[in-house]
Structures are given as structure tokens and as C-alpha cells.
Design a protein around this ligand. Structure first.
Ligand code: WTA
Length: 649
């Protein structure tokens, strides 16, 4: 288990160990204690109430059908349109002039989109996609930076029942290709280039490379974002401004079944091949909307919300697009990095728009800490009334700094645990109810049930570390892995098959007071700045280099990024170790195959790797080496002398 936050970290005596909500916050909060009572009384009736916050074209006949477990059906026979709920509904309610998106471009350009304008744009895109011959059930790949057109594209897909697959624009052409092929996407939506730290970097060449003879791809739709020169394939490539911008802004949303596939999002598993996590419509939107309303205490028409994630990750899907927009949010969407043109950027944006709810990742909080408090202190951040954290455990020190420096010492922090697979937040404080402990995600939300168990499935008492399982189905749960239902069953449901529990892949414990601490992944998935990357994926990229015979990759603790990637490689016979040159080539290979975010922090050439007698690489020991720890028990190892060889380098 690799853990960034741990109860023992909070042994300080001079700081509060828990932070109750202020009486004023509690009094005005969307969620009070009655929410838990309602869920405890009748869980399915509770979820039906939450679903009723949305507009349904036709009501469901049953809340849950779990007879085909582990594939759930929620809101059976219900008919709903996600885009209608996120856009049209607000316009029809007379809120069309409200700003939906304050877009802040990296070079400083800005654009406000009202709900009226968002509806027109989404309708134009939907009409264009229809003209291109796309029909409900077809897949669309989206490979775009954080610009409004990316959100418009997602909503237009949802409106038409097209299943979108957003691929993070930092992924390589190779990664894009494998995702396009796996989902058999017919359309790829992208940009000419993207802004990164003041520079325009072409993105379309990666798409050209990725879709060259990709059997499924018929069209590539391109938003002109930077004006960089790009190659053009006539008949395949289309400009957004020649098509979408000229299409009719009128479009009537059709209802889709509650279980219609809304999106596929690829995430790293324990093998080299990413898993296409499938989410459907009615249950997903219900939980996305419910959690956004209650966990962030979002007040329509008053709050200015900012989630700093990218739409390439699930946090962007659920807490930039579907959750917030379903609740009629006014939100900031920022295209760039936090230090472009300088480290003041986020705080300037908070000040400029009066951001009141700010949801980010621990790695960014730790980066802010490194830059120093004089930077946020130079700004008026008094608009902030709630802070959120996601992606990895937040260490108590970062938690307290976040609250004191960014939150002015008096706002609640919601530390939200969830996964691509869970679709929405599962474990989190309720900001007006929970006395939050720094570093703890506290408790499953009302309507959600989680247990901490040992290998045999025994439920563990307070103070004992074990595995986090979800023992009841939930509305926004994944419905499978695209094209591989067998892998779905094996990955998540085989471990506790007798009990019928979902195995989350995380270690956790309840402390003596019953607060839940997530302790990090227990499988071979690393968490780098909140990004999931599997050791196997990086290993397979490394052995793709002609000089490498074998590779072993581990995630070692890193002060800023949570974990950093450390690789050990064995060279092929006769390959010369050219030192920095070789290491540089290997790092480039990983960037090319996966993404620069998967580039190892450190690569060490070794003569041998520690293996068990059955031939399995002992990653725990490699992690110990990478983190400079004592080696502990090496008795199951074939040849303990390999350590001297590895370390003596
Ligand atoms: C980790 C991101 C501790 C965890 C939404 C999980 C967390 C994985 C937290 C999912 C948190 C996420 N505290 N750990 N608040 N939030 N994690 O799929 O290991 O990108 O299994 O979803 O991130 O990462 P994913």
C-alpha cells in the first residue's frame, strides 16, 4: 500500500484535529442531517427522489434492477435527455441569460456563454453531427483542450445519443489511435493546435497520425483555436467554422433510455491495455447532479464554481460538464496551466470572477505551497466559501494550508473520494454536516454504502486497514468495460464474488472515531498528480524500445506529485549503455507511446530484477529501493544478491 495521508500524520497537538462547519454554513447548507436519515430509511426511494430533480420525458417503472448483477439497470424504462437537462431546461425556466461558462483562454482571450448561447451552439453541433450521418449509438472521439467547443461537443453527443470518448489532449497519437480503434469511433473532433505556456502547439498532426487508415473514422472535425498551419485531408477533414457555425441553432432533443450508453472513458488498469469504462444515462446524471448539489453546496444563481480538472478525465466529465450544468451553474473554464504567464494565474481568475467554490487536486495545493503563500496573499480570495479536493489522498498539512491560505481559515473542505468507475463522488464530508478531519474523506455519502474488509471479506473494525469495497450498487456505477465484459467481471467483481461486492482497488481504514481514510491503491496502478497510470503500460512502452529486454516500473513517493514513476530496465545482449543518451531515448519512447505525463522520473539500468520463485517481479522491493528504505523480508526471492547489483550501480 502506498499512502500519502495516514492517520499517524495528524499527531500534532497544536492544531485542531477536526473542523466542524460554521453554524451559518450549516444553517444555509443544501444538505442537512435529514439526507442521511432519508437514505437509511429507504435507499431506493431516496435515489428516486434524487432522480426526480431531473426532467424525465418518461418516468421509470423500477428504480433498480440488479438481477443481472454485476450489470445494473437504474431507473428502468425511464426516458431522458442529458443535454436537455443540462441546457434546455434552464432556458425554458427563464434563465437563458445566465452565464453558464466564463471561458478564460490561456493567452488571455475570454468569452462568456449564456445558457441561451450554449443551447444554440449545442443545437448547431447536433444538427451538424446529424448531417454527417451519425445516429444514436455511434461513437465520437473528442481530443481537445479546455475550450467551450469541447463541452459543446460532449453535450451535442449526449443530445443525439452518440456515445463520446474523450481522450486527454496530452495523450500521444499512439494512445489516441488505440482508443479510436477500440471504440470504433466514426468522428474525431479536435483543434488545429492548443496553447501551452504562451506557445501554440499543433495538435492536429497527432490526429492525422492516429487516424491514418483507422478503419472506423469517416470525418475529422477541427476547431481553429491557434491558427497554426495544419495538413488537410479533403473529404475527411472539416472545419468547425464551415459546418457547425453555419448550422441551424434549432434542434429538438429526443429522449433516450436511462441505460443508453452516454460515454466511454479509458482508464489505466493493471495490464498494459487501458479499459474503456462505460457509463450510461439516467443513473449517471442523477448521481452527478445530486453530488454536485449537496457536496459542493451549490446555490444556483449565486455561486461561481470552478473545477480545475480537464475534460480528458472523469472529474471533467462529472464536475465540469454533467453535474454542474444539470444544476444551472455559472462556472469558470480555464484553458491553461496554473503558472502561465505566472504563478498568480489561478488567484487572478478567482478574484476576477468571484469564484466561490473551488475544486482541485492535492498535487496543485502542494505546488501552491511550494510557490509560497505570498502569491495567494496578494489577492482578494474572500469570495471563496467552499474548497474541494480529489484525485489522491490529501495530506493533512496541505489540507490545513488550503483552508487557511486559500479559504481564509473558515471554509469547509470536501475531500471527495471516487473513481472513473464510480462515475461520481462516493465518499466525502457533507460540508454543512460533517466535522471534517484533515486527510480523511470521512464517510460514504447518503445513498452510498462502503465497507472496509480483509482478504476473506470480513468487515474490519475501527483502526484496522483493509480493502475498500462498495457493497451496494449505486446509480452512476460503471456498466462494464467496452467490448470486454469478462474483464469487467474479473477486475471488479471476482475478488469478492461470493459477497457480490465491488472491489475498488484502494486500501482504507476507519479510524478510532469512525472517520474513513483512503490509503492509496493496492494494485499496480500508480497515481501521478492524480492521474492514473499503470505500471504495466509504462513497462510495455519501455520494452518497445529496441535496446530494452525487460522493464519493471514502480510508483515511488513524491513530495509534489504524490507518486513519481521509477523504472528499472535490463538491456538486451550487446546493447551499449550510453548513459544519459539512452535514458533520454527511453523517456521519449514513453512520451510517444503514452504521454509526457507517464515519463519516468528516474530510469535505472540494472543487470537483474528481483523476482519471486514463480517469476513475478517484486515491486514492493523495488519501491523500497526507489524510496531508499530497508529491504525487509527477501526470503521468497530467488537470488537476494540482485539487490547489491541494483543498488551498487
Ligand atoms: C484515488 C478520479 C484518496 C484513488 C476521480 C482512486 C483518491 C483513484 C481520492 C481514482 C481521494 C481519488 N482520496 N484517493 N479523495 N480521489 N483517489 O479514476 O486511488 O482518475 O482509486 O478518478 O484515485 O482515480 P480516477
Amino acid at each position: 500500500m502506498t499512502s500519502a495521508a495516514h492517520p499517524s500524520d495528524v499527531a500534532e497537538h497544536d492544531v485542531p484535529q477536526s473542523y466542524p462547519p460554521s453554524p451559518e454554513f450549516a444553517a444555509a447548507a443544501n444538505a442537512g442531517p435529514e439526507l442521511q436519515q432519508a437514505a437509511d430509511q429507504d435507499r431506493l426511494a431516496f435515489w428516486a427522489d434524487q432522480a426526480s430533480r431531473l426532467h424525465w420525458h418518461e418516468k421509470w417503472t423500477d428504480v433498480l434492477d440488479w438481477t443481472d448483477a454485476p450489470v445494473a439497470k437504474w431507473f428502468v424504462n425511464g426516458k431522458i435527455n442529458v443535454a436537455y437537462n443540462c441546457v434546455d431546461r434552464h432556458v425554458l425556466a427563464g434563465k437563458g441569460d445566465r452565464v453558464a461558462i466564463h471561458f478564460e483562454g490561456e493567452p488571455g482571450d475570454t468569452r462568456d456563454l449564456t445558457y441561451n448561447e450554449l443551447l444554440a451552439e449545442v443545437s448547431r453541433a447536433a444538427n451538424t453531427f446529424t448531417d454527417l450521418g451519425l445516429v444514436a449509438g455511434d461513437r465520437v472521439a473528442i481530443y481537445m483542450p479546455m475550450i467551450p467547443e469541447a463541452i459543446v461537443t460532449m453535450l451535442a453527443c449526449a443530445r443525439l445519443g452518440l456515445t463520446h470518448s474523450v481522450v486527454f489532449a496530452g495523450f500521444s497519437a499512439t494512445a489516441l489511435r488505440s482508443r479510436v480503434d477500440d471504440a470504433e469511433a466514426k468522428l474525431v473532433v479536435t483543434v488545429d493546435g492548443q496553447w501551452r505556456r504562451g506557445q501554440a502547439a499543433a495538435l492536429k498532426p497527432a490526429v492525422d497520425e492516429a487516424v491514418a487508415d483507422a478503419a472506423s473514422v469517416q470525418k475529422v472535425l477541427v476547431v481553429k483555436r491557434t491558427g497554426v498551419d495544419v495538413d488537410w485531408t479533403d473529404g475527411r477533414d472539416l472545419w468547425w467554422h464551415d459546418t457547425v457555425e453555419k448550422a441551424s441553432p434549432e434542434h429538438e432533443a429526443q429522449p433516450f433510455d436511462a441505460e443508453h450508453p452516454l460515454f466511454i472513458l479509458y482508464t489505466s488498469g493493471t495490464t498494459g491495455k487501458p479499459k474503456g469504462i462505460v457509463h450510461t444515462t439516467g443513473g449517471y446524471l442523477t448521481q452527478a447532479s445530486y453530488t454536485h448539489h449537496n457536496v459542493f453546496d451549490h446555490k444556483e444563481g449565486q455561486d461561481v464554481y470552478w473545477c480545475t480538472a480537464d475534460i480528458g478525465w472523469v472529474t471533467g466529465h462529472t464536475y465540469i460538464v454533467y453535474g454542474p450544468l444539470s444544476n444551472g451553474v455559472t462556472q469558470v473554464v480555464y484553458e491553461g496551466t496554473p503558472n502561465s504567464p505566472n504563478e498568480h494565474r489561478h488567484f487572478e481568475i478567482i478574484e476576477k470572477y468571484g469564484v466561490s467554490i473551488y475544486y482541485t487536486a492535492p498535487t496543485l495545493v502542494r505546488t501552491f505551497m511550494k510557490w509560497g503563500r505570498q502569491i495567494p496573499d496578494a489577492h482578494d480570495l474572500s469570495s471563496i466559501r467552499l474548497l474541494g479536493s480529489v484525485g489522491e489522498p490529501i495530506n493533512p498539512e496541505a489540507w490545513r494550508w488550503f483552508r487557511d491560505v486559500i479559504g481564509g481559515g473558515n471554509v469547509p473542505i470536501v475531500d471527495t473520494w471516487w473513481q472513473t468507475e464510480t462515475g461520481a463522488i462516493m465518499i466525502s464530508p457533507l460540508p454543512g454536516v460533517t466535522d471534517a478531519k484533515p486527510g480523511s474523506a470521512m464517510a460514504p455519502l447518503p445513498g452510498i454504502s462502503a465497507q472496509i474488509v480483509d482478504d476473506a471479506g470480513e468487515v474490519l473494525g475501527n483502526g484496522k486497514s483493509g480493502y475498500l469495497v462498495l457493497d451496494q450498487p449505486w446509480p452512476s456505477m460503471l456498466r462494464g468495460i467496452w467490448g470486454d465484459m469478462q474483464r469487467y467481471r474479473e477486475t471488479y467483481w471476482a475478488r469478492y464474488a461470493d459477497q457480490g461486492w465491488y472491489f475498488a482497488g484502494d486500501g482504507a481504514k476507519y479510524d478510532e472515531d469512525g472517520a474513513l481514510w483512503v490509503l492509496g491503491r493496492v494494485d499496480d496502478v500508480m497515481n501521478i498528480s492524480g492521474h492514473r497510470i499503470s505500471t504495466a503500460e509504462v513497462e510495455s512502452a519501455l520494452v518497445g524500445h529496441h535496446g530494452v529486454a525487460e522493464a519493471a516500473v514502480v510508483g515511488a513517493s513524491d513530495e509534489t506529485t504524490g507518486q513519481g514513476i521509477v523504472a528499472f530496465v535490463i538491456l538486451r545482449e550487446g546493447v551499449e549503455n550510453t548513459g544519459d543518451e539512452l535514458i533520454g531515448e527511453l523517456k521519449a519512447e514513453v512520451s510517444r507511446e503514452i504521454s509526457p505525463i507517464a515519463k519516468p522520473r528516474q530510469i535505472t539500468v540494472v543487470p537483474e530484477l528481483p523476482k519471486t520463485r514463480s517469476g513475478k517481479i517484486m515491486r514492493r522491493l523495488l519501491r523500497d529501493i526507489a524510496e531508499g528504505r530497508d529491504l525487509g523480508d527477501t526470503s521468497t526471492l530467488v537470488d537476494p544478491k540482485v539487490f547489491d547489483a541494483i543498488r551498487g550501480r
